[in-house]
Design a protein around this ligand. Structure first.
Ligand SMILES: Cc1cc2nc3c(=O)[nH]c(=O)nc-3n(C[C@H](O)[C@H](O)[C@H](O)COP(=O)(O)OP(=O)(O)OC[C@H]3O[C@@H](n4cnc5c(N)ncnc54)[C@H](O)[C@@H]3O)c2cc1C
Length: 397
């Protein structure tokens, strides 16, 4: 990555040099300048420091032989053989990436009693499905699952691995990445691949203010997690194509210091992620009581309701109803935003919705850039009119 070097002898004005740093990362100690952990390596000091600051690149690491790492793998997330839909979405993406570099798609599926579910994966574009079916893998155990993952990587050597950003994926992927001293990019929103198999991992960074393009060109495998509903799920093909291969892992290596005493199933809760229609309240709603308008519209359309972060911070709704970068990702058939400005952090969680209908009194609001239908006006006038039209439509029908 590189580091900053301070040439103390070239500093003519300490105060002026320190003032350059927008993060306040320079401190003065006994007449010398020190760099603190607040440094973001923006290199503004190098540019404006009149030679007092220098950025020194790290020695390049020994080149890895990328030709030895082939194919795009997907970790198949499941509970008792019920595959999480994010895994199908990732198989679709993996197929697209693999076709671009003329390589194969692998699925890694571990658990107990999963042979039936493994067959189903043959319809979703994987060329090879590596299955490790053992009693000891019956429930998720981080140590045993990491071990199987490790065996898979050593045997198959995939160039890149995609993991769903589920509670399991978020635990497993960093452990595996650490074991191979390789990079992991969490919550990617866009993935692409270069001809030399370098995975282009794009995700919002610095609080959503920039889209960072991240490459891990010096290590393999490359690892990325992706949230549910970010990628498109492929159609189930009629033909079962992929082959199933057994992944052999010695039983003694699956021993774990963790004992699962029991599993208590959470009651199934209604989630905004599953709604076909969502009505979203933003800060254009002036008082908590006025949320009634949003609730009524959601009910009239047989949908659910959600909100932006400021309303959660105000304590107006349950945090599980927040959409966005620090909330949930949704992809309903119809989303109606009411008084939402369309900040990038919000849009990141809903831009893949089928139809976006935005109500905002500001014609320049950013939400209109992603909306399919833009209604410029006061939500306090528009929502009652919409409700009246829906009622009217029902009477005619
Ligand atoms: C690290 C980080 C993560 C974040 N994560 C999220 C996240 O996950 N989700 C999220 O939502 N935000 C998130 N934010 C906050 C985000 O940047 C915005 O501040 C937030 O989305 C704004 O919410 P809003 O659109 O409701 O409010 P505002 O930006 O205040 O917009 C209100 C809109 O309502 C319109 N309006 C006002 N009155 C009316 C009316 N009567 N009729 C019609 N329109 C009206 C205005 O024109 C305005 O466009 C995050 C920020 C950071 C820094």
């Amino acid at each position: 990555m590189g580091k900053l070097v301070v040439h103390q002898d070239k500093i003519t004005d300490i105060k002026a040099l320190m003032a350059i740093c927008p993060f306040g990362a320079m401190t003065e100690k006994n007449g010398t300048v020190e760099i603190s952990a607040a440094c973001r390596l923006c290199k503004l000091c190098v540019k404006k420091g009149n030679g007092a600051m220098e950025f020194v690149e790290d020695e390049p690491k020994a080149q890895i032989d990328k030709s030895k790492w082939q194919g795009i793998a997907v970790y198949i997330d499941h509970v008792e053989g019920h595959i999480h839909p994010v895994s199908f979405e990732l198989l679709g993406k993996a197929r697209e990436l693999a076709d671009k570099i003329h390589q194969q798609v692998y699925a890694l599926f571990m658990g107990h009693d999963i042979s039936g579910a493994a067959k189903e994966l043959r319809h979703y574009g994987a060329d090879k499905i590596f299955v490790c079916d053992k009693k000891s893998l019956g429930g998720f155990n981080i140590e045993a699952y990491t071990k199987v993952f490790e065996h898979f990587i050593k045997q198959v050597k995939p160039a890149a691995i995609l993991v769903g950003a589920t509670p399991v994926g978020r635990q497993l992927a960093p452990r595996v990445a650490a074991r191979f001293h390789t990079g992991l990019t969490a919550d990617c929103t866009v993935l692409d691949i270069h001809e030399n198999t370098d995975l282009v991992q794009i995700r919002p960074a610095f609080g959503g203010n920039i889209m960072a393009e991240i490459l891990t060109p010096n290590t393999r495998p490359q690892m990325a997690t992706v949230r549910y509903k970010i990628m498109d799920a492929p159609q189930r093909s009629k033909e079962a194509k992929g082959t199933i291969e057994q992944l052999v892992v010695p039983e003694n290596e699956l021993a774990s210091r963790i004992t699962v005493l029991g599993i208590t199933k959470k009651p199934k809760e209604k989630s905004i992620e599953h709604a076909d229609v969502l009505v979203v309240a933003g800060r254009g709603i002036k008082k908590k009581e006025d949320l009634e308008l949003v609730y009524q519209l959601a009910e009239a359309l047989g949908g659910d309701y959600a909100c932006t972060r400021p309303l959660i911070e105000a304590g107006w709704m349950d945090p599980r109803r927040q959409i966005g970068l620090s909330g949930r990702t949704v992809r309903p058939k119809l989303i109606i935003t009411c008084g939402v400005s369309g900040a990038i952090q919000f849009v990141a969680g809903m831009e893949h919705s089928d139809e976006i209908f935005a109500i905002n009194s500001d014609p320049k609001a950013a939400i209109f850039k992603v909306a399919n239908y833009a209604v410029v006006g006061d939500l306090y006038e528009i929502i009652p009119q919409l409700l009246a039209r829906i009622q009217q439509g029902r009477k005619i029908a």
